[in-house]
Design a protein around this ligand. Structure first.
Ligand code: ARG
Length: 284
């Protein structure tokens, strides 16, 4: 199968870093005493969006209100499935006000907003990535990470609200606290995968799900290599480790590095700064 046949990843929601900063600490990368260079963050974000657009993606934007510095990480807004949007329930109180901001945007943009039960904790596409759409005519599997942010028990209501087949796996390294720091679907057969982030069961789930995995070394994983955005054959990455770049190119992909250093201070990179709007978890 040719590279670049992912059925989603042509339309994204992003948020310009108008009120971005590191003012609280909810993951091991965040240090409130480290200053963010706001102008540099803005320039990095503009380059990211321009790179996505040059690769052929449509990028929509949401405005960042004051008081929700992490709202720039739109991957955590929720989960999109067709015309449905399931807003996240954040684990940590400082991010909880984001839920209504995102729900309002999606309602205004023609989505039906499907709420999770109050006790379900889940941080959206940052912890849930589809893989395998179209294979043998089945629905895609929604691989979902839990422990540090999302709860395993959210798999049932997420499945009900999105129509997805949810496969939960446990994250085991606090530095890789969201699934999108460990897993990056590339096309219908391939994905970047960071075994450092999973237990033996999780590794086996990925081995069974992904016919051709690109296993990342621990060093590559901790440099956020999996936190990349795939637009057709273009892979927008926070950096391109040489071995990974060679493998991607051999498969027919075009890896492009975009410096998102200011956002790494908050524990996020390219994928975290985007939310795919064209995912349909019921399709098959
Ligand atoms: N500071 C943000 C947080 O800890 C970063 C979110 C990164 N998002 C992601 N999808 N990995 O919530």
């Amino acid at each position: 199968m040719p590279a670049g046949d992912l059925t989603w990843g042509r339309r994204f929601l992003c948020c310009a870093p108008v009120h971005f900063g590191v003012v609280y600490e909810i993951n091991p990368w965040m240090h409130a005493e480290v200053a963010v260079d706001v102008d540099r963050a803005r320039a990095q974000w503009e380059t990211l969006v321009a790179t996505l657009r040059a690769a052929g993606a449509v990028v929509e934007t949401i405005e960042q209100p004051e008081g929700v510095p992490d709202l720039v990480f739109t991957a955590n807004a929720g989960i999109v499935s067709g015309e449905r949007f399931v807003p996240s329930h954040f684990r940590h109180p400082p991010r909880r006000p984001e839920t209504e901001v995102f729900a309002t945007w999606f309602a205004r943009h023609g989505f039906s907003v499907e709420r999770l039960p109050d006790d379900a904790v889940h941080e959206g596409a940052g912890d849930a990535l589809p893989f395998g759409a179209d294979r043998s005519g089945g629905r895609p599997v929604l691989l979902s990470g839990y422990r540090y942010r999302s709860e395993a028990t959210a798999a049932v209501p997420i499945g009900a609200a999105t129509g997805a087949v949810v496969r939960p796996i446990e994250l085991v390294d606090e530095r890789l606290y969201h699934l999108d720091l460990t897993f990056c679907p590339l096309d219908e057969r391939r994905a970047m995968a960071a075994p450092l982030g999973w237990d033996r069961y999780g590794i086996r789930v990925v081995e069974e799900l992904v016919p051709e995995p690109l296993w990342l070394s621990d060093e590559e994983a901790l440099a956020f290599t999996a936190n990349s955005v795939v637009v057709g054959t273009t892979i927008v990455m926070p950096h391109v480790p040489p071995a990974v770049g060679r493998r991607l190119e051999a498969w027919g992909f075009d890896p492009v590095a975009v410096d998102v250093g200011e956002f790494l201070k908050a524990g996020g990179a390219c994928r975290c700064l985007t939310l795919a709007l064209d995912v349909d978890l019921r399709a098959g």
